[in-house]
Write a protein that binds this ligand. Structure first.
Ligand SMILES: Cc1cc2nc3c(=O)[nH]c(=O)nc-3n(C[C@H](O)[C@H](O)[C@H](O)COP(=O)(O)OP(=O)(O)OC[C@H]3O[C@@H](n4cnc5c(N)ncnc54)[C@H](O)[C@@H]3O)c2cc1C
Length: 360
């Protein structure tokens, strides 16, 4: 904690990115202040928190995926120990093929010896063992689960507050003075500023020119209806055109939509209709579930689907840690370690994430 308004790092944004980076910096003995506007636009508060190493139609994975999963265990483990409660829930995932073409992607990827730790056995049409429609069959995926993000963020808010390291305030960029020695914001002074504003990063005067590609998503929170009795509902995460997540709180999350035009947190009738239609196609007994809540948020995605890490070319005290798109829960732990190593030890950033890739 700083006694006099002087900090080593100001971190702007207390979503998962700002929180985990602050956690690392504080644990390495730095004086840190996180500023957040009360999670006004936080994707982290509405994210389902799926941990899924094989994203997308083609079952591709990042070359860093092993490091990601190691850091997931390490950092969420540290946080669980500090909080005395679990946040990370490993859960099986049943992946349903959407088309014969997708079966071919599976066959190609699953045949590689180096992929066997992620790809489980294949099952025939309607053979998943879960109460879902699976006309093309599918496979069992490994190393999947979900992170209880709202609970984790609530814990981290409280923990940061106890350290005197959190201020709830909307930061006005026009009032931030950047100097060769650091940054000033009113009475606050810091040697470095790290910007972690999620999709609002596109309004950041120093980094907003980077190719952000924000992506609004909606999902439904469902619960067993009064007449559902013991109707069979999925026990595993089911992932197809839509996904259904049996959550640690006993409810089910069903997601999600994609919209690059309407960038706000408002759930829409159109989004709900799409998701309900998806649920009808996915589940054998959709009527056993009733709506509990409908939420929306904006993913801080980027045009090349890689995060934005690095330092401003003209302002060596100004840094960016953003752009985690739809995969923050699985990737932010490792990238927060890489970012801390860059800031504190000058270790190189992963090339795929370094914002110097956009230099002309
Ligand atoms: C519907 C939906 C479903 C998702 N599902 C998953 C999933 O299943 N698995 C997964 O891994 N990821 C998922 N994601 C993505 C995940 O939410 C993000 O990757 C991650 O949460 C991004 O964290 P962040 O800290 O970068 O951004 P955010 O969580 O958006 O945090 C940014 C913070 O900065 C604050 N802020 C911004 N500007 C200012 C300012 N000027 N002053 C003060 N504070 C400011 C914001 O209010 C916010 O609190 C989903 C996202 C959405 C929207």
């Amino acid at each position: 904690m700083s006694q006099n308004g002087n900090y080593d790092f100001l971190v702007l944004g207390q979503g998962l990115a700002g929180s985990l980076l602050a956690w690392r910096l504080l644990r390495r003995g730095r004086r840190v202040l996180v500023m957040d506007d009360g999670h006004r636009t936080a994707a982290s508060l509405v994210a389902a928190g799926l941990i899924n190493p094989l994203a997308g139609m083609r079952f591709n994975h990042s070359p860093h995926v092993r490091h990601w999963l190691e850091a997931v265990e390490r950092i969420y483990g540290e946080l669980e120990e500090a909080a005395g409660r679990p946040f990370l829930h490993w859960q099986p995932m049943v992946r349903l093929f959407r088309s014969p073409e997708q079966v071919r992607f599976y066959e190609r990827k699953a045949a590689l010896a180096e992929n066997r730790w992620l790809f489980g056995a294949r099952f025939p049409p309607e053979g998943s063992g879960e109460p879902v429609h699976a006309p093309h069959g599918g496979f069992f995926q490994k190393r999947t689960g979900h992170l209880d993000l709202p609970a984790l963020l609530a814990f981290l808010s409280g923990w940061l507050e106890e350290q005197g390291a959190l201020r709830r305030e909307a930061v006005d960029h026009a009032r931030l003075a950047v100097t060769p020695e650091g940054v000033r914001y009113g009475e606050l002074e810091a040697a470095h500023l790290v910007c972690c504003e999620g999709y609002r990063g596109m309004d950041n005067p120093w980094f907003g020119h980077l190719p952000f590609a924000p992506d609004k998503g909606e999902f439904l929170v469902l619960e067993r209806g009064p007449g559902a009795g013991d109707t069979d509902l999925p026990h595993a995460i089911v992932n197809s055109a839509h996904w259904l997540l049996p959550h640690a709180d006993g409810r089910y999350r069903l997601g999600s939509t994609h919209d690059h035009r309407h960038l706000d947190q408002a759930p829409t009738a159109e989004g709900r209709k799409k998701l309900e239609e998806g649920m009808q196609k996915l589940l054998l007994h959709p009527d056993a579930l009733r709506l509990h809540d409908h939420q929306a948020g904006v993913r801080p995605a980027t045009s090349d689907r890689q995060p934005f890490l690095g330092t401003h070319p003209d302002h060596p005290r100004l840094h960016l840690f953003n752009g985690f798109g739809a995969h923050g829960s699985i990737s932010i732990p490792w990238y927060s370690e890489r970012m801390a190593a860059w800031l504190l030890d000058g270790e190189p950033l992963p090339e795929n994430a370094d914002i110097r890739r956009f230099r002309q």
